[in-house]
Design a binder for this molecule. Structure first.
Ligand SMILES: [Zn+2]
Length: 98
């Protein structure tokens, strides 16, 4: 498994992102099997939150997005809840969701 390219993020990458300069398109696809130095790999959260720069459009070519999203969200909630049980949150709860 490859890691998300975002600094400080330790999630597993599930998507590959690249740029088409000619068309001004930022595309997101399912993780490529081979790592490509011209492309970046992102985790689910960062791929979903990826915003195209001004004047560019975002093209999501991932095949499994609609079907997997609810399950992934549930899994995320489970992980968060498990973490909260494992390590009591000292900060106010609102900050944990930032
Ligand atoms: Zn990430």
């Amino acid at each position: 498994m490859r890691e998300c390219a975002k600094l400080g993020c330790r999630e597993s990458a599930i998507a590959t992102v690249g740029l088409r300069y000619q068309e001004r398109v930022v595309w997101v696809a399912d993780l490529l099997e081979q790592r490509d130095p011209n492309l970046i790999d992102l985790c689910a959260g960062h791929a979903d939150r990826l915003v195209a720069p001004y004047g560019w459009s975002r093209l999501d070519e991932r095949l499994k997005v609609p079907a997997e999203q609810p399950a992934r969200l549930e899994a995320l909630v489970e992980v968060v809840e498990a973490e909260q049980e494992a390590a009591p949150v000292v900060e106010p709860p609102a900050r944990a969701w930032q």
